[in-house]
Design a protein around this ligand. Structure first.
Ligand code: MN
Length: 240
């Protein structure tokens, strides 16, 4: 039903990988997610793993045919509480991004917190489906920065929302449609800090398989500097 591939890499400058990701084939679709942890002393790994574990549990209980967003929101609230409860003993302030998508037929339900992105990749166009919950993301929306300037801005990693930080989980939801052959990409900012949208499109469309595309995206991010952990999840509906 779906072709999918994922890749994650520590990058060139970090000594551990705080990103987590998930791809689950549902009886009637696909659930995928990327989470990018933050916090010192490996706390980011704990936060992103907690977020993904809660989503994995929700995936096992998703009723076929029913809208998924309500279940995702419940899982996100539980993950938020779990991260806060675990933020002790040097892990104070840990948190993570989360971008999750449930894809059934041609409809995608999205939930996002932070600056991990979802993209729709077509034959000749690329479209970001999520908004960055970040200081530079806000400045781009206010036309104070271009996307290129945001990519290299010194404050580019400052998030305005993160899972596990603050009293309540705040997130955005969205829906989108994808036609057969179009590709869904979820990624952490370790990709988008170094690889522009049009380059992402060219690399994915130029690859023979999604697995090759995932490897090419990680390689491009590393060649661009590899300043952060890099995670990509790619999926497309198979042409039947
Ligand atoms: Mn990151």
């Amino acid at each position: 039903m779906f072709e999918h591939a994922a890749a994650t890499d520590v990058g060139r400058l970090r000594n551990h990988n705080e990103d987590s990701h998930l791809v689950v084939e549902l009886p009637d679709g696909l659930l995928c997610a990327v989470s990018d942890g933050m916090g010192g002393h490996a706390a980011g790994e704990v936060a992103s793993r907690l977020a993904i574990e809660h989503l994995a549990a929700a995936a096992r209980e998703l009723p076929a045919g029913e809208p998924a967003l309500l279940r995702l929101q419940t899982a996100v609230q539980a993950a938020h509480a779990a991260i806060r409860a675990a933020a002790t003993g040097g892990r104070e302030g840990m948190g993570c991004t989360l971008t999750a998508a449930v894809w059934r037929d041609q409809a995608i339900e999205l939930l996002s917190i932070g600056d991990s992105r979802a993209y729709r990749l077509r034959a000749t166009s690329v479209e970001q489906l999520t908004e960055d919950d970040s200081l530079v993301g806000e400045m781009v929306r206010q036309k104070l920065l271009t996307a290129d300037q945001a990519r290299s801005h010194p404050a580019r990693s400052y998030l305005t929302r993160a899972l596990g930080v603050g009293t309540a989980a705040e997130y955005a939801t969205a829906t989108a449609t994808l036609e057969s052959g179009e590709v869904l990409l979820l990624c952490s900012d370790g990709l988008t800090a170094h690889v522009a949208d049009d380059q992402i499109l060219a690399l994915v469309n130029g690859a023979a398989t999604l697995a090759a595309a995932a490897a090419a995206l990680v390689q491009a991010a590393n060649e661009g500097g590899g300043s952060d952990n890099i995670t990509v999840v790619l999926a497309r509906a198979r042409r039947d």
